[in-house]
Design a protein around this ligand. Sequence first.
Ligand code: PLP
Length: 394
Amino acid sequence: MSNSKNPETIAAANGVAVDTAFGAVTPPIILSSTFAFAGFEQPRAHDYTRAANPTRDMLADTLAKLEGGAGAIVLSSGMAAVDLVLSQLARNDLVVAPHDCYGGTYRLLAARRDRGQFDVAIIDQGNEEALAASLRRCPSLVLIETPSNPLMRVVDIRAIATRAHASGAKVAVDNTFLSPALQLPIALGADFVIHSTTKYLNGHSDVVGGAVIAADKADFESLSNWANITGVTGAPFDSYLTLRGLRTLFPRIRQQQSNAGAIARFLERRPEVKVVHYPGLASHPGHEIARAQQAGFGAMLSFELAGGSEAARRFVEAVEVFTLAESLGGVESLVAHPATMTHVGMSAEARLVAGIGDGLLRLSVGLEAEADLIAGLAMGLAAVADGKKQESRS
Ligand SMILES: *Cc1c(COP(=O)(O)O)cnc(C)c1O
């Protein structure tokens, strides 16, 4: 299918009805680890699944078209995707990364820096002085994550990419929180797009996977080569499931986003809630940038309960419909408490600096009925209010 088709069509139908063996409408899953040569010194398009596999290639082709890249490499996890981009760095190279990047990315950067594999500058990319100072050090790679986790901070991809390129750096954007349905980093100047396909792309919370999409053909080839050397490519079965999930990306994310917007407005009016972090709210500091660079505000949000960790405990014990779990992007709604779950590795002090309070809760909003989601949250908030009453009585 050509790149000129609309993205909804690519997601729903790329690779459909192209099977020549049986006329299968759905692209068949090819699990074979190895492929027969046509004859002596006559390899076919595929020889060994670590290097290339028809099912994985179909997913990669679909992702590359959706992100507008020259090619995609499908990997065994989102972390393998981040690491594949980092694999291109040499000793003494500098990586500039955001201080509120995904926890696993932070841990990986620190671990590779500690082994002397490269240097890392962790900065607030929304802080003009910090950004300028880090770019003066001539980094090789600038890593961007927007909106960030869990406060949904938004940075201007095009502005940072332009300046990063001027200082000689390549730019990679982790697009996991929005997916290509809502944000296209390559069109905004990125060289690489990183995904945890575990999240919105698969969308059904039953596969761990990742992908890197490269804007440039030569970059794609060297990353693809490296993924084969290190053997981090994704499994055919996972690729099949992820492509199946990807078919419904656009309608899923539209409905989830609509639910999230309604929830953000509901939470904003509640007295138990100190602040709601959702780029779709006019009160959000990144609202204008998000409006300009995103096709929608997404289905992730967080909010801070007045009353700290005790209020958070009461809330998660009473909330309905939302399941207390890490991860995001699935059809089912989840609630996480960053201070004790996703960000427990940070010191209390570092969390305070990052703005991650003990009363902060993060929601991944799913496909359930809006009314049920809001009623479920209301149960949690009622328990918070009850707790306050009890405290004031005793
Ligand atoms: C989950 C996640 C990752 C890591 O992906 P895995 O598939 O869990 O390895 C990286 N970046 C972001 C933004 C994520 O949410």
